[in-house]
Design a protein around this ligand. Structure first.
Ligand code: ACO
Length: 428
């Protein structure tokens, strides 16, 4: 296999090394392109062909529909591991043994509170505020309450910062929901598992004992694992690029939450449910929406379909589809939009427009149906995604800092005016 690539510009040839990934991916290393060619750069809007880093965290093959965290198949992790184990794996590189997991959980629990003053910030938001805006702001506010920056050269300081955010973030998630639902704030219970505690903090009513529902705990555990990392997507790249300026971990995460919010990224789970609901209210027929999705004059897209990297089934979508059937069945919930979703999927998979463009259901297509069955309000869906993605963002931020990556600062090709003589106000 070739170890160099040759580029010819204006008759001049330049050689560049070719990097081989452990899964035989090839990349042309253009670090010296600009310097070596006297100013030539590459342009790649949306970074469709650009690798921004070398990473040892997540491998995905969009053509074959493969997703692995640290070498472990997503199917195995979703089936056999718990969310906190997967978080540990993503962040530190290996599955924890029992003692490490216990210690990790108890260290996280020791941080599972936020400064009481944070409540005042939460109070200041209108009830109608979108939970993603609230979550991003509260995460950023944590920076004010934890001002010292992490000493990334100290393993202990890194570990403590990670335990801190893994402890505090679920509190913010739950409070964001309780603000929306008008419930008094709750701090959860140290005796519960990480995921069970999150559910308790979200749903506990002030006048009732809270009883866990194992079906819901297991379903949320699985959903969080499936969302935990996805290599250099929009929000993760945001976390890495913000962190590359040596902004703090919490500030970088807050930026990642904002990036996740958009409907083309994590916000799609809310958009899918709203789309399916609109189809239901319209009588259940999908033809109109299929036609809209294919109409180039109409900005409408079939939400939950298509992916920048997967040109085959998103393996997460396959698992979530099965889980949706199981969870709704076990909970005894009959949701007509599950049938609408299945019908829409069949129609799209058989439609030439979708076949030609290799558009398949993505992770968000069925997740909202499960969240809804759990009693989570639709505006909270992307917050749940953020909760799942947190370990991935942390792992990617940590990797970027430990590898001492340079500040992210892309170049551009300028297409504006050439130099112009300034005209005074009265001459324009
Ligand atoms: N519905 C209809 N047409 C679509 C869809 C869709 N959901 N997705 C892509 N297409 C079409 C585009 O119009 C384009 O058609 P063209 O070649 O005729 O111009 C072609 O497929 C390629 O689409 P791009 O937008 O170039 O693909 P890109 O990789 O930039 O976008 C994205 C990927 C943003 C996910 C896109 O498929 C999309 O908007 N999907 C709907 C939103 C969604 O579900 N997002 C969640 C993604 S998963 C995640 O982030 C967690």
């Amino acid at each position: 296999m070739s170890n160099t690539a040759t580029l010819e510009i204006n008759g001049e040839k330049y050689e560049f090394p070719v990097i081989h990934g452990t899964e035989n991916e090839l990349a042309i290393d253009i670090k010296r392109l600009r310097g070596g060619t006297g100013g030539v750069i590459t342009i790649d809007p949306g970074y469709k062909n650009t690798g921004s880093c070398e990473s040892a965290i997540t491998f995905l093959d969009g053509e074959k529909g493969i997703l692995r965290y640290r070498g472990y198949a997503i199917e195995d992790l979703a089936e056999k591991a718990g969310f906190l184990e997967v978080a540990y794996l993503l962040i530190f590189g290996e599955l924890p043994h029992a003692e490490q997991l216990d210690k990790f959980h108890s260290d996280i629990k020791s941080h599972a509170y936020v400064d009481e003053e944070v409540k005042k910030i939460l109070d200041g938001f209108p009830k109608a505020a979108h939970p993603m805006g609230v979550l991003s702001s509260l995460t950023s506010a944590l920076t004010a309450f934890n001002p010292s920056s992490v000493n990334v050269d100290s393993e202990e300081a890194m570990y403590n910062a990670i335990a801190k955010i893994l402890g505090k973030f679920p509190v913010l998630v739950a409070w964001t929901m309780r603000k929306k639902t008008g419930m008094p704030l709750d701090y959860g219970d140290d005796n519960l598992g990480y995921v069970e505690n999150i559910l308790k903090m979200m749903f506990k009513r002030p006048n009732q004992e809270y009883t866990q529902n194992d079906i819901i705990v297991n379903a949320l555990d699985k959903l969080l694992i499936l969302h935990a990392d996805h290599e250099q997507n929009c929000s993760t790249s945001t976390v890495r690029i913000v962190g590359s300026s040596h902004a703090g971990l919490f500030a970088s995460l807050s930026a990642g939450i904002s990036a996740l919010w958009g409907p083309l990224h994590g916000g799609a789970n809310q958009a899918v449910l709203e789309m399916l609901e609109a189809i239901r209210e319209d009588g259940g027929g999908t033809k109109k929406y299929m036609a809209k999705a294919k109409d180039k004059g109409d900005p409408f897209r079939l939400m939950g379909f298509g992916h920048r990297v997967y040109k085959n089934f998103d393996p997460r979508a396959k698992i979530i589809k099965v889980a949706a059937d199981e969870v709704l069945g076990e909970l005894g919930v009959e949701d007509p939009i599950l049938d609408i979703a299945k019908g829409l999927e069949q129609e799209a998979l058989a439609d030439q427009y979708f076949v030609d463009r290799k558009l398949y259901p993505n992770v968000d297509f069925y997740s909202g149906i499960i969240y809804r069955a759990m009693g989570i309000p639709v505006e909270m869906f992307t917050v749940m995604f953020a909760l799942g993605r947190l370990p991935g963002w942390i792992a990617q931020w940590r990797e970027m800092r430990l590898r001492k990556e340079p500040i992210g600062r892309p170049r551009q090709v300028y297409i504006g005016e050439n130099h112009r003589a300034f005209k005074n106000l009265n001459e324009r």
